[in-house]
Design a protein around this ligand. Structure first.
Ligand code: SF4
Length: 348
């Protein structure tokens, strides 16, 4: 693989433009390691409420190691250990777990927890909160559950027409962390037309990882005859990457979980193939796609670097406590560079 290079105009030789950053974000890395460490520490089975992250390969791999994925806490035997996924849960889920004497480990991404805390604070100040996000997505359900009386979900620009508030002078918008930045700004623009005194969130709710992956795709898209995004269909940020690619000039775009889903028919007249992956996708799946493309003659790979990422989160405190009790030392926290780990609490 060659060194990073700026994209060049469409060519008549076969090549791949590989987005950077791509794949695992800090929240996903932490959540997956949480399940792995919990399996090591407590032994199988360990229960996980919902998919720990929205990726088929990750979920299947953890299942083979003894994780049992459930939809709700009432499927977990009384007294067992349950891990909450990276997408976060509503307070009622914590209450249900307490009522069943479950031992809980909360792998909610700290950047999702940040949005929960914003929701609680604005609800305490009696704001109407317009939560931009996809109705029914686990993260949105969890955030809305913090203050259901105050939160209205706004599912994209076309939903703005349906939004009503109690007091147009006291309205704030928040958002799901994995949305399209452009579409969200369009939703906000329409909301502000309707509610001119609409307040912005204190900081970006769309997380750094979502934004960086979209920026990288925007830089490449116009040069790509085909964009392949590795990710699962229920992964919001992965689906957004295909949309962003098509919106910014890619001639075609497809989402694949695995390399064997790539179809011959996609390659007619294609010289430049863009490749990226969603924030819940392990790099091994991207390598498989690159190997498939190399066999098809697309062996030259240029990396398009949009940003450098170094953020890492410490493991959930419940797990750190138990790991420390066993070993007598602070656990090695993360896969990449433990020295750079940020304690989640420091972000709140
Ligand atoms: Fe956290 Fe963003 Fe990753 Fe979601 S995509 S887990 S909010 S860092």
């Amino acid at each position: 693989m060659s060194e990073p290079a700026a994209p060049t105009p469409r060519t008549s030789t076969k090549r791949v433009l590989l987005a950077a950053p791509r794949g695992y974000c800090a929240g996903v890395d932490r959540a997956v390691i949480t399940v792995e460490k919990a399996l090591e520490l407590y032994g199988a089975p360990v229960y996980v409420r919902k998919e720990i992250v929205h990726n088929k390969h990750v979920v299947t791999t953890l299942q083979k190691r003894g994780a049992i994925f459930v939809d709700e806490t009432d499927e977990v035997p009384e007294g067992a250990t349950v891990i909450f996924s990276a997408h976060g849960v509503a307070p009622v889920v914590h209450e249900e777990a307490r009522a069943r004497s479950l031992k809980t480990i909360d792998a909610t991404c700290p950047l999702v927890t940040k949005v929960h805390r914003e929701a609680v604070r604005f609800a305490d100040d009696d704001f109407d909160i317009l939560l931009i996000g996809h109705e029914g997505h686990e993260e949105v359900v969890g955030t809305a559950g913090e203050a259901p009386e105050h939160i209205t979900i706004v599912d994209g620009p076309d939903d703005v027409v349906n939004v009503e508030v109690r007091d147009p002078d006291k309205v704030v918008w928040l958002s799901q962390t994995t949305l399209s930045v452009d579409e969200t700004m369009e939703t906000v623009r329409r909301l502000r037309e309707k509610f001119p005194r609409l307040q912005d969130p204190p900081s970006d709710d769309i997380c750094y990882a979502t934004q960086n992956r979209q920026v990288a795709v925007k830089q490449m898209a116009a040069d790509c005859d085909l964009m392949i995004v590795v990710g699962s269909r229920n992964s919001s940020n992965s689906v957004r990457l295909v949309e962003v690619a098509l919106d910014h000039g890619a001639s075609a775009g497809h989402l694949v979980d695995y390399a064997d889903e790539i179809e011959d028919s996609w390659f007619e007249g294609v010289f430049t193939v863009g490749v990226t992956s969603g924030a819940s996708v392990p790099e091994v799946l991207v390598r498989d796609v690159l190997a498939d493309l190399a066999e098809r003659g697309y062996a030259d790979v240029d990396t398009v670097v949009a940003a450098e990422e170094s953020l890492l989160f410490a493991l959930p405190h419940e797990l750190r406590r138990d790991l420390k009790a066993r070993s007598g030392a602070e656990p090695e926290q993360l896969r990449h560079d433990p020295a750079a780990a940020v304690d989640a609490e420091s972000l709140h």
